[in-house]
Design a protein. Sequence first.
Length: 126
Amino acid sequence: MVLFIVAVLLTAGTLLFTLFVRAKDIPEPAPVSPTLHLEERKARIYENLRDLQFEYRVGKLSDEDYQKTKQGLQRELSITLAELDGVKPEVAAAPAPKPDGKTCPYCGAKFPRPLKFCGECGKAMA
Ligand SMILES: [Zn+2]
């Protein structure tokens, strides 16, 4: 009977240890910039505008085609820039860790109660 209890405790201990280590090992998802797709779109539009100007200069495009395409791209660009402007304030207001003594301002380690010194990196938390 004692052996059975020991075996159960060992199994539970191993399981908890495994779960604990696994939870710590899982990497946090890389933060994706909310403006990334807009920046990419902006870069693509600029590229298209450059290509367009080049093709117009070498005589591949008529005046009318050039103006029409250019205006379309510029409209798309202004929409993208406006969207970027609309998104950026949120990024600027990204959560800054509160100095409550529980989160290290240097390494970001979190503790259940306020500490004077970080238990992870040893720097002063106050
Ligand atoms: Zn720290």
